[in-house]
Design a binder for this molecule. Sequence first.
Ligand code: COI
Length: 359
Amino acid sequence: MTKIAITRTAHPKQPPADETLAFGKVFTDHMFLMDYDEGRGWHDPRIVPYGPFTLDPATCVLHYGQAIFDGLKAFRGPDGRIRFFRLPDHARRLNNSAHYLCIPKIDPAMIEESIRALVEIDQRWVPSLPGTSLYIRPTVIATETFLGVHPSSSYLYYVIVGPVGAYYKEGMNPVRILASDKYVRAVKGGLGAAKTAGNYAASLFAAEEAQHAGYTQVLWLDGVEHRYLDEVGTMNIMLKIDDEVITPPLNGAILAGITRDSVLTLLRTWGMRVSERPIAIDDVIAAAKAGRLEMWGTGTAAVISPVGELGYKGERYVIGDGKTGALTQRLYDTIVGIQYGRAPDPFGWTRVLGNRPGG
Ligand code: COI
């Protein structure tokens, strides 16, 4: 693997107090960059002071959205050590998104090393207050300057990191979601399974309408029949009806969430009945009305987010008296316990900063 060149900032900043952290507003002193050029491949991995890029106005990512990213976190435990949560899985997923967007893959070992090296340099920025973490955003953008529509011949891979608090202002309190019967996020055969900028652009209009109506996020239904649950704006969706936990299958239209996978693994280990199958909105509403429903979202930014209210076709359905369900709380406590190193990690999901693979 090519050595990463390091240029340290001459002006280190003061990290904010942990108590003041929101999501995605503050970034550290450094960033990682690496270029791709056709014929040369990925080259010049480097860590430099955090700062703006200069882009030609004709840069193709600005016009056609050939961009991918991922999102993962590092946690400082009560033992003072910093742990990455499922780092190799996030590296794999970034390359999976690259595949959909015709972006050249990056050596997964280099993705992991870019993140480790950057967090190592900026480790004083990893907060320690429970509920806070360092959010890590690896990104690839197409950088060729041209206005024709075809895959770019050059790219920039970069990683930025910043200390964060809760993603939703509700924190771990239940959120309200609105099932949209009008707008769709993605369809099978499209880009729904990729973490690409356009999917989030496609979500903004409906999300604004939902927020004006008092909801936190949109619950997307399938793009063909508007009948089956797909996912929520920044999370996968899960629910429990009686003794069955149900989540939509990875059908190509939804993101293969890593927290989703962690939760399914835990539930199966606990001996619960788990189904990855299509679930119709009508069945969810019937279960909500009968008081048989518990519902939550899973995502890296949001972790586990209880759903306390569901809106659909002008009606509001309160779920579990609007309170966090017992299983939702158990999942949250278990995942967070593993992430901060407070609980055993039987699945080998965490990697401690400083312990390199094979090292
Ligand atoms: C994440 O959960 O990491 C996400 O990327 C969701 C959102 C912040 C875009």
